[in-house]
Ligand binder design. Structure first.
Ligand code: PMT
Length: 406
């Protein structure tokens, strides 16, 4: 679950800072990348050297470090992680977080982040109970920041009560549960097709279509973001490879077919590629010459293998959920429903690709999700929003049942 995840751990200055060393070790054992930011006072409790040795990375602490800013920058530092963890969190850093104060690297990163934040408080019982602290905690909770602990026990100062930082294993359990809920497709394997296929006429010329790969790539990114091991089989596009996705480049429909079949077994298949239905029967190994006075050559076409249909009827290797797309220029729902039956997939995403819609190559799409329960009209959305919504539906389907897919 934690393998390959990236945690930004902010260590503030409390006696419990030693626990953060154990937390780093346990995260690293699980294959998690841990990058650490230490406040000035944290360095009174743990050394940057020990933190760096355990995290196997450099340690950050100085907001005005020219080297750090040139290399990564505090904004990037806050964005590169999957989750921010503040452990231990002193009453001081929580007060700054609640008030929006950014007077050092740690607090600036916390202000600049667009990621979720987990806080493991550590302080004296009176400080914990103080109205100011409790108000700050309520503010932070209302903003979606969530807390591990504190717990009750004997304190370093000799008092007893609530305020002790929870043990590293409990922080770890919170982190794991975060990724379990935010990665509902963890442990699932998905194949996504995207982009056009190119069908060679001769070594120079080919038949292609207008697919840009925007929709298919966005779907692969959304599935990977939800934790699915995602293989993206794509024809030539200008799209950048989505993070965390295994991208396989192909040109022709037959190559796409081979790679998709070779990638089985999978739990999910989404065929968003615009696959050529036909290819030239013969691809000469020499350029067809234009002879003076000769008639234009006629190109005999043969049918390409149907990837969607093959995946839908792959016997015991059939993905539990097979989703096709239908690109239509008329009678959208009727044609797409007929395609759902013919190709034996579970769902079909119908989109109108008439010239004036801008669906091919554009940034938005207006789709209709057709399932055994009928057709749902989705509003016009950006392609990444269509992808997120489809991925949510897919995750919902798997959380309902891994067996019955209708
Ligand atoms: O790439 P973009 O510019 O973002 O545009 C997105 C899109 C319009 C290409 C996409 O949303 C879309 O509609 N993709 C499917 C295009 C298509 O080929 O539709 P179709 O109706 O011809 O095919 C039906 C389904 O069968 C599709 O899932 C297709 O991938 C699949 N198919 C078709 C032929 C074939 N030989 N093998 C297949 O798997």
């Amino acid at each position: 679950m934690l393998h390959g995840k990236r945690i930004l751990l902010i260590i503030s200055g409390g006696i419990a800072a030693y626990k953060s060393l154990d937390l780093i070790r346990r995260l690293r054992e699980r294959g998690t990348a841990v990058r650490c930011v230490l406040t000035d006072s944290a360095t009174q409790f743990v050394t940057p050297l020990s933190v760096s040795a355990l995290s196997e990375d450099r340690v950050y602490g100085d907001l005005f470090s020219l080297t750090d800013e040139a290399e990564i920058g505090h904004i990037q530092l806050s964005r590169d992680a999957d989750l921010l963890v503040v452990a231990p969190a002193t009453t001081n850093i929580m007060a700054k977080m609640a008030q929006g104060i950014g007077d050092d690297l740690a607090t600036t990163v916390l202000l600049a982040t667009d990621k979720d934040v987990l806080v493991a408080p550590s302080m004296n019982v009176r400080m914990w109970e103080h109205a100011a602290t409790q108000t700050n905690i309520a503010t932070l909770k209302s903003r979606g920041i969530w807390f591990a602990g504190p717990t009750e026990g004997a304190m370093a100062c000799g008092e007893f009560g609530e305020g002790r930082m929870v043990e590293p294993l409990e922080v770890l359990a919170e982190i794991e549960s975060y990724f379990t809920t935010s990665a509902p497709l963890a442990g699932r394997r998905a194949i996504v097709t995207s982009g056009p296929t190119l069908e060679a006429i001769d070594p120079v010329r080919y038949i292609a279509n207008r697919s840009s790969g925007k929709q298919g790539h966005a779907i692969a990114a959304a599935l990977a973001h939800m934790g699915a091991e995602t293989i993206l089989v794509t024809g030539p596009t200008n799209e950048t490879a989505p993070a965390g996705v295994d991208v396989r480049h192909i040109e022709s429909a037959r190559e796409m077919y081979d790679v998709c079949v070779g990638a089985l077994p999978a739990d999910i298949a989404v065929c968003a590629a615009a696959v050529a239905d036909w290819r030239p029967a013969r691809q000469g190994d020499r350029k067809i010459k234009k002879e003076k006075g000769a008639a234009p050559p006629s190109i005999e076409m043969v049918e390409n293998p149907d990837i969607l249909r093959t995946l839908s009827s792959a016997g015991n290797q059939r993905p539990a959920l097979v989703v096709g797309f239908a690109a239509e220029t008329g009678d959208l729902i009727a044609n797409a429903t007929a395609k759902l039956m013919r190709k034996e997939c579970d769902w079909i995403v119908a989109n109108d690709v008439s010239a004036d819609t801008g669906t091919f190559g554009g940034d938005t799409n207006t789709v209709h999700l057709i399932t055994a329960n009928g057709s749902e009209d989705w509003p016009v959305m950006r392609k990444n929003e269509v992808a997120d919504r489809l991925a949510e539906r897919i995750a919902g389907r798997f959380n309902q049942s891994t067996e019955a897919v209708g």
